[in-house]
Write a protein that binds this ligand. Structure first.
Ligand code: APR
Length: 242
């Protein structure tokens, strides 16, 4: 199997993609939601009740992410994007690690830690550990992290861009996602219906692993650089009933 065998490639990533960089995942051991109640830090109601507390939580995450670096898997994906004409990364991550590694075509389903927005005056980029500006310069409203929180709707345009890329993909590689949060589950089904060859990279089994043609039970930094080589990591074909 070579990258050139596929006209369009989608790499669908979740928190496990950044785990080896030192960015904590959301669920499982050491997961963010084991230490922080999302109801206090990651929803619109929490922001309206205590905007500074929510900003401080995101500043903590930004400083942590800035202390981490992309790993061999991120670098390999960026190189794949340079050598292949159609590689789209669809990510649930907000950490910007793919872009830091050099990937250019990245659809950020859940927004970005590196942007803030005012409901009336739009989005601004802010790349430091602490926010340079906490209130909108135009109207003085608290600026909200431009992230899709719990109970938020996804941005329709972003969702449509991701779905279009997945619908035309000939190879769909999912990396480091538990696949439990919508629309992850729907995207996997869409890739299946579209006839893409499907590979899952995740050290742990997931609920939808049975949808995949190949399951690679290895960490992203090991599995990705070997994806197209015969000396790949242990590969398992899940039983299929279709
Ligand atoms: N390589 C690949 N996968 C890994 C690695 C690794 N080194 N380490 C852990 N994983 C896997 C875990 O086995 C798990 O299945 O990554 C997955 C991480 O799952 P989650 O923490 O649930 O992350 P994700 O699927 O991205 O969560 C989706 O939930 O809370 C929301 O908005 C948040 O974007 C997030 C969404």
């Amino acid at each position: 199997m070579n990258a050139a065998d596929f006209a369009h490639i989608v790499i669908f990533t979740g928190a496990g993609m950044s785990a080896e960089s030192g960015v904590p995942t959301y669920r499982g051991q050491g997961g963010i939601w084991a230490s922080y109640r999302w109801q206090d830090y990651a929803c619109q109601a929490a922001f309206e009740q205590a905007p500074r507390r929510v900003q401080r939580f995101h500043e903590l995450r930004r400083r942590h992410v800035l202390s981490c670096a992309p790993h061999a898997g991120h670098t390999w994906l960026a190189a794949l994007g340079r050598s292949h004409p159609s590689v789209t990364i669809v990510t649930q991550n907000t950490d910007g690690m793919h872009q830091r590694a050099g990937s250019r075509t990245v659809v950020e389903l859940h927004g970005s830690l590196w942007r803030l927005r005012c409901a009336d005056h739009g989005v601004r980029e802010d790349l430091g550990g602490n926010y340079a500006v906490r209130r909108c310069p135009a109207c003085a409203a608290w600026l909200r992290p431009d992230i899709v929180w719990f109970e938020d709707a996804l941005d329709e345009r972003v969702l449509a861009a991701a779905a279009a890329a997945i619908a035309r993909s000939e190879l769909f590689v999912s990396v480091g996602t538990s696949g439990v949060v919508w629309p992850a589950a729907g995207f996997q089904q869409l890739a299946r219906r579209s006839g893409a060859r499907m590979i899952e990279v995740n050290p742990e089994p997931c609920g939808l692993s049975h949808l995949y043609d190949r399951v690679v039970r290895a960490p992203a930094s090991v599995a990705l650089p070997r994806l197209f080589t015969s000396a790949g990591p242990a590969v398992m074909s899940p039983p299929r009933d279709d």
